[in-house]
Design a protein around this ligand. Structure first.
Ligand code: NAD
Length: 449
């Protein structure tokens, strides 16, 4: 059997979630042929791991300026894009034009112009582009989809989704490249793309119009000073900073070997500082956001994202014309520490009870009940392992739940965040079709690729 040839661009923390299964569980049917990144140090780290503990072998490593050469020489069938969000489009488009299929990490891209370029290029090349929305593949979230699709609460008319990022995981976005909108499109694109995608998929609906507010009220220098926390803003980064010893936002890159080797050792060749002070100047993204969305089929979404919470998780309530579903997911916090899925563990949270996940159904005029579900383990609520099997295994069962997202479904999600950013700036509602003409005739998400 001919193996499917994969090349990776972007070898930071996230890449490992896809590299490891490719080089181990799925190596008989797939071949990793090359890595590409800004940083030779990061690629060398992964090559060492591939040749060492993963029992595979090192692969050719190309710096980012040699991406096209990599495609020519290594002839991958598919390219995995795991770079900084604002660069996804560039690699997606070049890979598609070179005749490759592409799997990209979320978000598809960060603005409407790049989104139009991607959609046009897929149309012109006829190649396949898939967005790795791992959230859909977590068993609890999949169950929500099944319940709604089965008409358990009739037709869903509205959804409330509150997402909380805590002062561990949430703060991590403010230490890194995500803190600049030019890199991440703001967390309304980078992070909320998961949540908007879930709602689109749960409801099988396409978003139509967005109105949003967003402010920076917690992170950033001015907020620390206003709260009397000037001490926490007194140094530019955390690693090796004695004054940060008791700082609860501190991240010392020397304290984790993957962090040290992937990021600290790579500062010289990439300039990327992963441990910047969350109360520094120059952070230009909001840390609390609130949106209203109307879908083409009339449903409403009320959404909020808070990035400085003591707790991490989400509550989602679906109001149907025959009842209500409440989905509750508080499964603890983590940061992407470039750990392998097998090493994944939830950080203990002092003083807070783990509440886990549950789904409750409240039918009209009947007693409510909790939907029985087996306990879930593994990164991202068990989602990553299921997604990897679906990407790499040639014998996987058909995806009857429509969990696979192509370029159009990837666009339907980011456009909510992109419209939200525009609405925050203009204080006006934004019609998504004015941003990107995404199949205006379609009414259901499942009509989109
Ligand atoms: N689905 C999920 O659960 C999940 C989790 C984490 C990250 N992600 C996504 O994965 C991607 C990577 O995130 P990460 O946490 O690994 O970030 P990271 O900062 O650890 O890694 C980013 C990598 O991209 C490289 N890079 C940056 N610009 C580049 C360019 N122009 N050309 C080539 N390489 C470039 C950097 O050198 C770095 O190695 C992001 O798009 C992010 O949204 C998804």
């Amino acid at each position: 059997m001919t193996k499917k040839r994969y090349a990776f661009v972007g070898t930071g923390g996230r890449a490992l979630s896809f590299l490891e299964p490719l080089a181990t569980t799925y190596r008989d049917t797939n071949e990793l042929v090359a890595l590409c990144d800004l940083s030779p140090t990061r690629m060398a780290y992964y090559n060492g791991m591939l040749a060492g503990e993963l029992g595979f072998h090192a692969v050719p490593a190309y710096t980012h300026d040699r991406f096209d050469e990599m495609l020519r020489v290594e002839k991958p069938d598919a390219v995995f894009v795991c770079t900084v969000d604002a660069t996804h489009h560039d690699y997606i488009v070049r890979a598609l034009r070179a005749g490759c299929d592409v799997v990209t990490e979320k978000p598809l891209t960060t603005d409407a112009e790049k989104c139009r370029l991607i959609l046009d290029t897929v149309r012109q090349t006829g190649r396949k582009l898939r967005v790795a929305f791992n959230y859909r593949w977590a068993p609890f979230r999949t169950k929500v989809r099944e319940l709604i699709a089965a008409g358990t609460i009739g037709r869903v008319r509205s959804v409330n989704l509150e997402y909380l990022l805590d002062t561990n995981h949430g703060a991590d976005y403010f230490r890194r490249w995500h803190a600049q909108a030019a890199n991440s499109g703001t967390l309304l694109v980078h992070k909320s793309t998961h949540h908007f995608d879930l709602v689109n998929w749960w409801l099988d609906a396409i978003p139509q119009q967005v109105f949003a507010y967003g402010d920076q009220v917690f992170y950033g220098r001015k907020n620390a000073l206003a709260r009397g926390d000037a001490k926490l803003a007194a140094y530019p980064r955390y690693t090796g900073e004695p004054a940060a010893k008791d700082d609860p936002f501190r991240l010392d890159l020397n304290e984790s070997e993957p962090f040290r080797r992937l990021y600290l050792d790579a500062e010289a060749d990439s300039g990327y500082r992963r441990d910047q002070n969350v109360f520094r100047e120059g952070i230009d993204i909001p840390d609390q956001m609130s949106l209203n969305v109307r879908y083409r089929t009339g449903e409403l979404l009320t959404y909020s994202l808070t990035c400085y919470s003591p707790r991490e998780g989400m509550r989602v309530c679906f109001n149907g014309d025959r009842g209500r579903i409440e989905y509750h997911e508080f499964i603890g916090t983590h940061m992407n520490r470039a750990v392998r899925p097998g090493d994944f563990k939830l950080d203990a949270k002092p003083g807070s009870e783990p509440e886990g996940e549950w789904i409750k159904v409240y039918p009209h005029f009947q007693t409510g009940y909790t939907v029985p579900m087996p306990a879930q383990t593994g990164p991202h609520g068990g989602a990553d392992a299921i997604l990897n099997e679906h990407i790499y295994s040639p014998t996987v069962a058909p995806d009857t739940l429509g969990r696979t997202a192509g370029h159009e479904q990837g666009a339907a999600s980011i456009l909510v965040g992109i419209a939200g950013v525009q609405s925050i700036a203009t204080n006006l509602p934004v019609n998504l079709l004015d941003l990107v003409p995404l199949r205006p005739e379609a009414t259901r998400l499942s009509e989109l690729v």
